[in-house]
Ligand binder design. Structure first.
Ligand SMILES: NC(=O)c1ccc[n+]([C@@H]2O[C@H](COP(=O)([O-])OP(=O)(O)OC[C@H]3O[C@@H](n4cnc5c(N)ncnc54)[C@H](O)[C@@H]3O)[C@@H](O)[C@H]2O)c1
Length: 251
C-alpha cells in the first residue's frame, strides 16, 4: 500500500479519468473524498470504494466555486482528520469545431471549470498545506496544453493555463513543502472523448491513434498509475512537472 495514511480529494471523480484515479488512490490505502457535481455518479463511486473495504466519502459541488472547494477540504478534515493531496481533475471541453463557432458561454464555462477551478482549489487547500508544512496538488491538464490539435482552441488554451499555473504554484510553494505537478493525458477512453474527436467513429479514432507513437488511445488507468506515483512519497523530489501520459504524442 503506497498511500497508507494519506487523505486525498479527487474532483470530477464520478466517471472517466477521475474515477480511475480515485479508485487507484483508495486501493493504495488513501482515504478519499470523491467529488463530482453529478451526485448520482459520485455517490456510486464512493459507495463502491467503501464496499471494497476502502475509506471514502462523497462531497458534491461545482469546483469553479470557493464554497465547493472549501466543503471538500472540510469533509477531508471532518471525516479523515487531515488532507495530504488534492487531484484537480474536473474539467470540461467544447465540441471539436472552428474557433469562431465557439460561443461566449462555452468559453466562459471552460475557463470557469478548467482554470478558475484551480484558483479556487488553491485558495481552499494552500492555507491547510502551509499550516502543516506539507501538501500535494496534482492537476489533470492535457497534451492539449503542449501540442494543441485543431478544433479545440479554447480548451487547449485552458490547459495551457493549467500547466503554467501548476509550474507557478510549484516554484512559489516549494519552499513551504508543497509539491504541485500536472498530468497531461492524451485522448483517453472516457465519456468526454467524442467531443475531442468531433464524434466517435472508426475514421476519427484511426486519425487520433495515428498521432500516438505507441499506437493506442489512453485508458483512465494509465493516468491513475501516474497519479499514484505523484501522490506517493516515491515522487518526493518531483515538483513542477507536466508529466505527459500520452504514448509519445508530444514528442
Ligand atoms: N478524456 C480525454 O481524452 C482527456 C484528455 C486530456 C485531458 N483530459 C482531462 O481529464 C479530466 C477528466 O476528463 P474525463 O475525460 O474523465 O471527463 P468526463 O467528462 O468523462 O468526466 C468529468 C467528470 O467531471 C465532472 N465535472 C465536470 N465539471 C465539474 C465541476 N465544475 N465540478 C465538479 N465536477 C465536475 C463531471 O460530472 C464528470 O463526472 C478533465 O480535466 C479533462 O480535460 C481528458
Amino acid at each position: 500500500m503506497r498511500l497508507k495514511g494519506k487523505v486525498a480529494i479527487v474532483t470530477g471523480a464520478g466517471q472517466g479519468i477521475g474515477e480511475g484515479i480515485v479508485r487507484s488512490l483508495a486501493r493504495e490505502g488513501a482515504a478519499v473524498v470523491v467529488n463530482d457535481m453529478n451526485a448520482e455518479t459520485g455517490t456510486k463511486v464512493a459507495k463502491s470504494i467503501l464496499e471494497a473495504g476502502g475509506k471514502a466519502a462523497y462531497a458534491g459541488g461545482d469546483v469553479s466555486t470557493l464554497q465547493a472547494n472549501q466543503a471538500l477540504v472540510d469533509t477531508a478534515k471532518s471525516k479523515f482528520g487531515r488532507l495530504d493531496v488534492i487531484v484537480c481533475n474536473a474539467g470540461v471541453a467544447h465540441w471539436n469545431k472552428p474557433i469562431l463557432d465557439v460561443t461566449e458561454d462555452e468559453f466562459d464555462k471552460i475557463m470557469a471549470v478548467n482554470v478558475k477551478g484551480l484558483f479556487q482549489a488553491a485558495r481552499a487547500t494552500i492555507p491547510v498545506f502551509e499550516a502543516q508544512k506539507s501538501g500535494n496538488i496534482i492537476v489533470i491538464a492535457s497534451t492539449a496544453g503542449i501540442r494543441p490539435r485543431p478544433g479545440l482552441c479554447w480548451y487547449n488554451a485552458s490547459k495551457g493555463a493549467a500547466i503554467i499555473a501548476t509550474k507557478s504554484m510549484a516554484v512559489e510553494l516549494g519552499p513551504k513543502g508543497i509539491r504541485v505537478n500536472a498530468i497531461c493525458p492524451v485522448a483517453t477512453e472516457t465519456p468526454l472523448l467524442p467531443q475531442f474527436m468531433g464524434g466517435d467513429n472508426a475514421n476519427n479514432r484511426a486519425k487520433f491513434e495515428a498521432t500516438v507513437p505507441l499506437g493506442r488511445l489512453a485508458q483512465p488507468q494509465d493516468h491513475a498509475n501516474a497519479a499514484v506515483f505523484l501522490a506517493s512519497d516515491e515522487s518526493s523530489f518531483i515538483t513542477g512537472v507536466a508529466l505527459e501520459v500520452d504514448g509519445g504524442r508530444c514528442i
